[in-house]
Design a protein around this ligand. Sequence first.
Ligand SMILES: NC(=O)c1ccc[n+]([C@@H]2O[C@H](COP(=O)([O-])OP(=O)(O)OC[C@H]3O[C@@H](n4cnc5c(N)ncnc54)[C@H](OP(=O)(O)O)[C@@H]3O)[C@@H](O)[C@H]2O)c1
Length: 350
Amino acid sequence: MEYRVLGKSNLSVSVIGLGCWSFGGGSYWGTTDQTTVEKVVLSALDNGINYFDTAESYNEGESERSLGKALKGHRTKAIIGTKISPSHTYSPKEIEKCCKDSLKRLSTDYIDLYMLHWPLNPKSIVHFSKDPNIQTVPPIAEVFHTFQKLQEKGYIRYIGISNHGIQQMRELLDIGIPIVSNELPYNLVSRAIEKDILPFCGEHRIGVIGYMALQQGLLTGKYRDFSTIPPPQAHSRHFHHSRGKTESRHGENGAEPEMLELLEKMRPLAKELNTTVTTLSLRWAIEEKRIACTLVGSRSLEKLHENIEATRFPLTQEVYQLLTRWSEPVLQTLGFSADYYESREESRIF
Ligand SMILES: NC(=O)c1ccc[n+]([C@@H]2O[C@H](COP(=O)([O-])OP(=O)(O)OC[C@H]3O[C@@H](n4cnc5c(N)ncnc54)[C@H](OP(=O)(O)O)[C@@H]3O)[C@@H](O)[C@H]2O)c1
């Protein structure tokens, strides 16, 4: 397994990380069996994966709880990243309570990387709180100073952010917050961060964790048309807004023809190279060296092992360039807004 240093931290993270969103079951991903989760987590550790990504909001805390159980007796081998929701940041007391609740669910006394899940703006707070009347935003400096207090108390090792754009990162740097990482979407059909965010993070040594390497299953090539994608996985801007049913919020037309064309080109290429569309997609994302760790949601041993194997796939520069070129029309259509859930006009990432 290859490791990369995460920003200015002392964390050396594996190039693929275990995305734990589905752990603990829930309406977004359906049932997930705890015995299998435990096997997957142990096998991930045995194969050199050391970064495990969760959030307080994933399955109402059940993802953290499930991961905590699976890591019992193996805590020191793992780097745990978890996230506080923007709707839970109204007072230092509330923030500390959320952190302690996460610690408890994770059955640990420290969190390696504590991230703010989405920037502090009304739209993301409304989304997480489900309260449409919220207009006010907590004071950013106060929130992050509270994170620093948690650091001083030893509850968290490093402070991170997720889904933050340049202006939002600059604001934090200006108030002197030692941000070590920013977690953002990155895969063949979600390349918005390439233009400005990745260069900015590089310049300021903010480590990047890329999420959703397989675009929630799309980049496995399993969908020949998009009519069978469950609405939760089809509510991003990649798809026509009607595809995600009531879950879609963006109102855009998506990039379905462009994505179908990409997958139609990738299938024969994968066959020719004696590999899979999944491996090509994952390996392409890992090739971006400005990203320290690429997250993929693996919840069966078979899929985990295929994903680990993908890190060793000998991707030539020629194939890398080909995939980059083939995915270009998707990027052109979706544009450079890294918020793939709200319309470009209402992006929460800026
Ligand atoms: N910071 C954020 O705002 C944010 C947002 C989204 C995600 N994330 C993080 O990123 C992680 C990864 O993203 P994700 O889980 O949403 O999506 P993902 O990793 O792009 O895709 C997960 C999907 O791919 C399938 N899959 C995985 N490996 C496969 C393989 N080898 N062959 C075939 N199918 C395979 C899974 O199948 P099954 O359904 O059969 O398991 C699941 O449907 C999350 O778990 C979470 O930790 C962070």
